[in-house]
Design a protein around this ligand. Structure first.
Ligand SMILES: Nc1ncnc2c1ncn2[C@@H]1O[C@H](COP(=O)(O)OP(=O)(O)OP(=O)(O)O)[C@@H](O)[C@H]1O
Length: 857
């Protein structure tokens, strides 16, 4: 027997039967529309009906007054219907004989051919109201429940079941109407409430009418059992078998309470599901829309693939536990944010940085000292002291790899090979090399990164450098530590201190990554042009290796051995017949007239320029190697920027003297100018005069006023004069006391109207009593003098030691050096024609006298 196909709608309650509609074309009423008190009438109670054909049902319990359509599919049942119909027709040839069926519910609905034990013993006798044979062999029937019965005996099982049945009284205790009143009313109220809240309007009306037609209390209990969807077959069967009305009402009420619970639960699930479904559906819809837009724009939908790749990268990045946890957390968050949002981009960029940081990638160190020596030798000419120190440094590291030794700092003018030494160290130990220029960094965040809350935040330069290196243990060159700035955005040098401090740098925390990174494997090397501006705390961490400028000869050697071969290779001039041939004089010319530097930067640039021109000439079909003679140099590089000529011109008037200065970019010459005007004893100082040089100017004036007469200067010259000192700035700022004798020379020159000699330069600090004190940077200054073609130099005698020690022979040989102890010795060297008169001691000057007061004397 097939099921009726009755559809139970959990959410809306009551059972709706689509089959009913199909058969009758409209919603069939669920119960017999009989009015008034209904007993299980139709058969006297206790009466036994014999040989009644049994209609076994799966999952459905039929009650008296039930009126329901069913679909019959089992062959045995179809046959049973045919036989029963025939028998009824035979018994009542008038045609009004109704077929009566004993409807029994199966205990187990999986049984196909139920026997005696598979059926409940209590059922409902029903009349067959209608039957329609369908094409596929099934029969649609409509039955109407009549009375409860109990099976007395199964009299036949094949081909279908027949039984003798006894009519039961389903109205036991029906006279106690008052007692039932409260319960009946309650049940009705509950049912009405359910109908109101849970049904669609049309079904609600049908149900209301049916409930209104339910007359007796027993019938009400049956109605509940039949209609409440949450009851199962056993519960319904139990209500059917309960003959006492009181008990049946009790069971029905319990069923209602249960139903209410189930509905409340259903509602809360429904609202949860609804809100979840609403949100997911919305997101889904938006994502789909976005995909469509991307597709339209031809951007494709690679996001899933991309996310998979990202996850793989996170897993392979070798992050420490803390970092990996954070990365996966961010990754999961990313999965929940729409990819087009700004937040997604921020998260994505963060993860991209995280996976690029070389958490566990490192190179194996090679501490092979002889090999390191070869590499340093091959890459660098001279610099013996520095190379020795580097080799010692490496040797100690070999013995004690975790040595938290000093940080090397190469100090010297630009272009003397600081960076290239760093590269050679990296090559020698087999590490990657990265370089970070600290020049102009004023913001701590550039070292340590911006916090992620800033739009466009990035990791700091240290982390970026490591990412560039691709390993966690590169040689990291911090260029120009002396140029670190500091302002309201924080002090970058304190961040740098942390980076360089071996006690702290194993847990360096970049603000952007916000994760600890161990920097202790990094080999930091610093460079600086001068050490004075480097904050003392930073200087303390470093061992300073000084590199000075090169002499002309050294430069020629470096050019021939290193720079030329490199530039030829860079310009694709490997073939000998293509290579330009540089003569020694040409290189000297470039050094002397085209580059004014302590290092080799401009020289390398000039050589590169000539190589470019040579390549072009070859390309234009000019055969043979280019012979780079001095004339060709002039032709290719243009007019020389020779200073010697400028020197002669500038010193051709009285009042100008040539001094030597030390600057952060190497030695340089300076012009000290003095002039005298009619006036009122005023001293004016202009130009690039630092505080120290201003003091030197005042001291120079005082000395000349005291001793000027010796050199033919009118005593009291200052009374009707204003004196003006000026030191043109030139390209590089210069400061220091070493201009003392130069200022004296300029003043005497203007006061006596005698020009200084252009081939003579000088340096030395003076005291008020005319002593010449030692100064710094002797080697640099002499190299500069040589570069400019100066032939004579006046130096303080007290510098004799460093002059003999530091200055290369070649320079010493090329320059005539005058060592002086006081100005009396000095002036005749500068002005040989000013005959010194016997010394007349001047008036002594009280301490604390101002320049103006002095001028008044
Ligand atoms: N002693 C040397 N031997 C060989 N080549 C040298 C030597 N000194 C400098 N050079 C070459 O001169 C050029 C400039 O040197 P480098 O860039 O290392 O200078 P630097 O001191 O680092 O300058 P900066 O302070 O401006 O960074 C490089 O090509 C370098 O190879």
């Amino acid at each position: 027997m097939g099921r009726s196909g009755g559809h139970r709608n959990v959410l809306s309650g009551f059972r709706l039967r689509p089959d009913t509609e199909r058969i009758r074309g409209r919603q069939a009423p669920m119960s017999d529309p009989v009015k008034g008190s209904v007993t299980d009438a139709g058969s006297p109670q206790g009466q036994v009906h014999r040989m009644v054909p049994v209609l076994p049902l799966r999952d459905i319990v039929v009650f008296p007054h039930s009126f329901l359509p069913l679909s019959v599919g089992r062959k045995s049942t179809v046959q049973m219907l045919r036989d029963a119909t025939r028998e009824a027709a035979e018994a009542d040839p008038s045609g009004s004989g109704k077929v009566m069926l004993a409807v029994l519910t199966q205990k187990d609905d999986s049984v196909d051919n139920p026997g005696e034990d598979d059926l409940y013993r209590v059922g409902t006798a029903a009349r067959l109201e209608k039957q329609v044979r369908m094409r596929e062999g099934t029969v649609r029937i409509v039955i109407r429940g009549s009375f409860r019965f109990r099976v007395e005996r199964i009299v036949q099982t094949e081909p279908y079941v027949r039984a003798d049945i006894r009519v039961l009284d389903g109205t036991v205790g029906a006279n106690k109407t008052v007692e039932f009143e409260a319960l009946t009313r309650k049940i009705r109220e509950e049912l009405q409430e359910m109908i109101k809240t849970d049904l669609f309007p049309r079904a609600r009306e049908v149900m209301k009418t049916q409930l209104a037609r339910v007359g007796s209390a027993g019938q009400l209990a049956d109605f509940v059992a039949e209609q409440l969807p949450s009851l199962n077959t056993e519960m319904r069967q139990e209500i059917l078998q309960t003959l006492s009305i009181e008990d049946r009402l009790g069971l029905a009420y319990a069923a209602i309470l249960r139903e209410k619970q189930v509905r409340d639960l259903g509602r809360s699930i429904e609202s949860k599901v609804k809100s979840e479904v609403g949100r997911t559906q919305r997101e889904f819809f938006l994502r789909e829309q976005m995909k469509a837009i991307q597709k339209e724009l031809g951007e494709g939908d690679d996001s899933t693939k991309e996310m998979d790749e990202l996850r793989e990268k996170i897993e392979k990045a070798g992050m420490p536990e803390e970092a990996e946890k954070e990365a996966l957390r961010e990754f999961r968050r990313l999965g929940r944010i729409p990819p087009a949002s700004a937040e997604y981009t921020v998260g994505r960029t963060y993860l991209d940085w995280l996976v690029r940081v070389p958490w566990d990638k490192r190179t194996e160190d090679k501490y092979d000292i002889p090999r390191a020596k070869d590499i340093l030798e091959a890459d660098h000419y001279d610099l013996e002291k520095v190379k020795d120190r580097i080799l010692e440094f490496l040797a100690v590291r070999e013995r004690k790899p975790d040595q938290k030794g000093p940080i090397l700092c190469f100090a010297g003018p630009p272009g003397v090979g600081k960076t290239s030494l760093g590269r050679s160290i990296a090559k020698a130990v087999g590490r990657e090399f990265v370089r970070l220029s600290l020049g102009g960094i004023r913001d701590e965040a550039e070292i340590r990164g911006h916090r992620r809350t800033y739009i466009g935040a990035l990791p700091g330069q240290i982390v970026q450098g490591l990412v560039r290196a691709g390993t966690r243990n590169p040689v990291f060159m911090l260029d120009e530590v002396d140029k670190l700035g500091m302002d309201f955005r924080g002090d970058p040098s304190s961040a740098l201190l942390e980076v360089l401090d071996p006690e702290q740098n194993d847990t360096f925390r970049d603000h952007y990554l916000d994760l600890a990174f161990d920097l202790s494997d990094v080999l930091f090397i610093a460079t600086a042009n001068m050490m004075d501006p480097v904050p003392p705390a930073l200087r303390d961490r470093m061992e300073i290796l000084g590199l000075q400028g090169y002499t002309e000869e050294e430069k020629i050697q470096i050019a021939v051995r290193h720079i030329l071969p490199r530039q030829l290779e860079n310009h694709g001039l490997e073939e000998e017949e293509d290579q330009p041939v540089f003569g020694r004089e040409s290189l000297a010319l470039i050094i002397r007239d085209y580059t004014r530097e302590a290092g080799l930067r401009n020289m390398e640039r000039s050589i590169a320029k000539i190589c470019r021109k040579a390549v072009r000439k070859l390309a234009e079909g000019e055969a043979g190697p280019l012979q780079v003679s001095p004339e060709v140099v002039s032709e290719l590089l243009g007019a020389p920027t020779s200073l010697s000529r400028e020197l002669v011109e500038r010193v051709s008037v009285p009042g100008v003297a040539v001094g030597l200065a030390w600057t952060p970019v190497g030695g340089d010459i300076l012009f000290a100018e003095a002039s005298r005007m009619k006036g009122n004893t005023r001293l004016t100082l202009t130009g690039q005069l630092g505080d120290v040089m201003k003091e030197s100017a005042t001291a120079a004036l005082s000395w000349v006023r005291q001793h000027g007469a010796t050199y033919g200067i009118q005593t009291g010259f200052y009374r009707k004069s204003d004196i003006h000192f000026h030191v043109p700035e030139g390209s590089t700022p210069k400061d220091g006391p070493s201009a003392g004798i130069t200022l004296v020379a300029a003043l005497i020159s203007v006061l006596t109207g005698t020009v200084c000699r252009p081939e003579l330069a000088m340096t030395g600090e003076i005291t008020l009593t005319g002593h010449v004190l030692p100064v710094g940077g002797i080697k640099e200054k002499l190299l500069a003098a040589h570069r400019y073609g100066i032939r004579e130099v006046i130096l303080p005698r007290l510098n004799e030691g460093s002059f003999l020690e530091d200055v290369p022979d070649e320079i010493r040989d090329a320059l005539q050096i005058h060592l002086v102890s006081n100005l009396e010795e000095t002036i005749p060297i500068i002005f040989p024609n000013l005959a010194p008169a016997p010394t007349i001691p001047g008036p002594s000057i009280a301490a604390g006298t101002t320049p103006d007061q002095m001028l008044m004397q």
